[in-house]
Design a protein around this ligand. Structure first.
Ligand code: 21W
Length: 258
């Protein structure tokens, strides 16, 4: 996979792209990670990339020329028979990024990310250049660089050969729609706190059953909305309903007590 990031702050990416799993994926040649400073494509002698908005009002707007110039420069480098890249604009009003989107993007061969920095974009960038608009959630950041890093991290780890243990990408939270069960390692007792007996039993079926129960319970308490999408057996749905009723009863008990 090839990934290019358009940014005014390429230095922000050096550490993230060179470290840990992303650094290894790059060293192995599974992904190429590059940045382009779109100021180099301003096309004017003062190298300006933004301007005042037509119609007035506050804030500055990123100009169309530098962004089109940088993207078209990248397109000119690739052979025409290749599938065209996804051109992804990071912006607060984009669709919220998710594991499903990570999966979808990991099947592409070329991604181009466009990062602005606390500014609006000239609407023609959205309309005539971009294929996707993404946000990472409902909070305000200073720019699209950190969101681009978040998305790239989650996409690259899904590429074949990136994770040592091939099963870990699949069994992680969200991939099967449930939160993970609790993990323990040695010692079996730490400051008097014991590891659950089921995990010490060595009985594989019992361990699997315990873990599945814990996953379901944990998802019910922390992220009940995930259960609507999760793949559950009829028995599991039934068990969750009794669990819900027990919790409801306990809650009502507390109300009458106070
Ligand atoms: C913050 C950009 C506020 C724009 C007109 C002129 C990308 C982000 C961002 C930012 C505004 C993401 C304006 C979650 C985020 C991002 C910076 C408002 C200012 N309008 N996901 N100037 N949160 N944020 N517009 O902040 O670029 S993905």
């Amino acid at each position: 996979m090839r990934i290019d990031v358009l940014t005014l702050f390429p230095e922000m990416f050096a550490g993230v792209f060179g470290t840990s799993i992303l650094g290894k994926a790059r060293d192995k040649g599974i992904v190429s990670l590059s940045t382009v400073n779109f100021r180099d494509f301003s096309g004017n002698k003062h190298n300006t990339v933004d301007d005042m908005p037509y119609g007035g009002g506050g804030g500055m707007v990123l100009k169309a020329e530098p962004i089109f110039g940088a993207v078209e420069h990248l397109l000119s480098e690739i052979q025409e028979e290749k599938k065209p890249p996804r051109v992804i604009l990071l912006c607060p009003q984009g669709a919220t990024f998710s594991q499903q989107k990570a999966q979808e993007l990991s099947e592409e061969s070329h991604l181009i990310f466009i990062c602005g920095h606390y500014e609006g974009y000239d609407e023609r960038i959205r309309e005539f250049l971009v294929t996707d608009e993404l946000s990472i959630g409902d909070y305000v950041l200073t720019g699209g660089e950190i969101p681009a890093m978040v998305i790239i991290d989650s996409v690259v780890r899904l590429l074949p050969g990136v994770l040592g243990n091939e099963t870990s990408a699949i069994t992680d939270s969200f991939s099967e729609g449930l939160l993970e069960y609790p993990h323990y390692t040695r010692p079996a007792e730490f400051r008097g706190w014991k590891v659950p007996d089921a995990l010490l039993s060595g009985h594989h079926a019992e361990i699997a059953k315990w873990r599945r129960r814990q996953s379901l319970q944990r998802t019910l308490t922390r992220r009940p909305e995930l259960l609507q999408q999760a793949e559950l057996t009829p028995e599991e749905r039934k068990w969750l309903n009794t669990e819900r009723k027990t919790r409801e009863a306990v809650k009502n008990e507390c109300k009458t007590d106070s």
